[in-house]
Design a protein around this ligand. Structure first.
Ligand SMILES: [Zn+2]
Length: 330
């Protein structure tokens, strides 16, 4: 039943049950693509967990990962011990196998946004679902893992973006991420209205955007590389302590600059297939913008992440990042 929820969502099956039970808890579909799981017995270490996927519709590996985790719950090989809100973000884009239909959903998670259209309406609905879930579980520590895959190849194939907001990330999170085989972490340097930022900024949740490999169609994802990530989701949903590893296995970066597109004519000065985290030396030209002219690397080298010359005018065309020391446990 649970594992069929993904198919119901994609097929828009109106006659699918709205709620029901499984071995260790009950489920409720509170909106299209929004599934709430409540354990019969909540464990003392439980977090209020949000696992979201398909905020970008063509990023299917996280959907398969959620499917594998739901199958374990359904089979009873995993016992739910924490409340979990599962979200499939952009269902029309997921069906169309596109990143988005009209605009990038992952820039719209800001209270009071006034824009109209399908994606802004969905962002408002999802923000309300997050608010309800965290307020109904106010006694528990809050956690939100927003699962993505990257458009391009990467020198670190699995990495995490830590949103910028008040509040520190718990040190144990880095140890969990190391055990889940995340290879790099990128600290954001300013507010950015992503879904993971929403939960951290407005709710103080432990929250990240995960990049779990490269975009591929359903059935063509490298799921074996995500086994440790599946184990992390499993432990969190059980409400038991996740595995920990040495955080020195992770390379940490901090965002130094956001390269924005301002002009009608905008080009990046490197090949389209340049992998994420590629390093550029001082003086290297990175972009040409009909409004802002050339952008060149300053005195210290920069690594390029998420380059995309085809973004809307006024949107981010790349993050420029530099290595930094791992966080200390204080
Ligand atoms: Zn994405």
């Amino acid at each position: 039943m649970l594992s069929e929820w993904l198919d119901w969502t994609l097929d828009e099956q109106r006659d699918a049950p709205r709620q029901g039970t499984f071995a260790s808890g009950h489920f409720e579909i509170t909106a299209p693509g929004v599934l709430r799981l409540t354990p019969y017995r909540q464990r003392p270490d439980a977090h209020a967990c949000i696992f979201s996927a398909a905020i970008h519709g063509n990023e299917t590996a996280p959907v398969e990962l959620i499917g594998a985790w739901l199958s374990e719950l359904e089979a009873g090989t995993l016992t739910l011990g924490a409340p979990v809100l599962v979200i499939l973000g952009n269902i029309p884009a997921l069906k169309a196998q596109q990143r988005f239909i009209h605009t990038n959903l992952n820039r719209l998670f800001e209270r009071g946004i006034t824009s109209s259209g399908d994606e802004p309406a969905r962002a408002r609905q999802l923000m309300a679902k997050v608010d309800d879930f965290f307020s109904d579980n106010a006694a528990l520590p809050k956690l939100h893992y927003d699962l993505h895959t990257a458009i391009r190849a990467s020198l670190f194939s699995r990495f995490v973006v830590e949103p910028y907001a008040d509040g520190d990330t718990d040190h144990e999170q880095w140890q969990w991420l190391a055990a889940a085989d995340m290879q790099a972490v990128l600290h954001q340097h300013q507010h950015s209205w992503t879904f993971s930022h929403y939960s951290k900024h407005y709710h103080g949740a432990q929250s990240f955007t995960f990049e779990l490999g490269r975009v591929a169609p359903f059935g063509q994802n490298d799921m074996a590389s995500l086994t440790p990530m599946l184990a992390l989701l499993g432990r969190l949903s059980e409400g038991t302590a996740p595995a920990q590893s040495d955080i020195n296995a992770i390379t940490f970066f901090r965002v130094q600059h956001e390269l924005m597109r301002h002009g009608d004519d905008f080009t990046l000065s490197f090949d389209d297939d340049t992998p994420n985290f590629t390093r550029f030396t001082p003086g290297a030209c990175l972009a040409n913008d009909s409004q802002n002219g050339e952008y060149r690397v300053g005195d210290s080298p920069l690594h390029v992440v998420f380059p995309n010359a085809n973004v809307e005018i006024g949107a981010r065309a790349a993050l420029l990042v530099a290595p930094c020391a791992p966080p200390t446990d204080d």
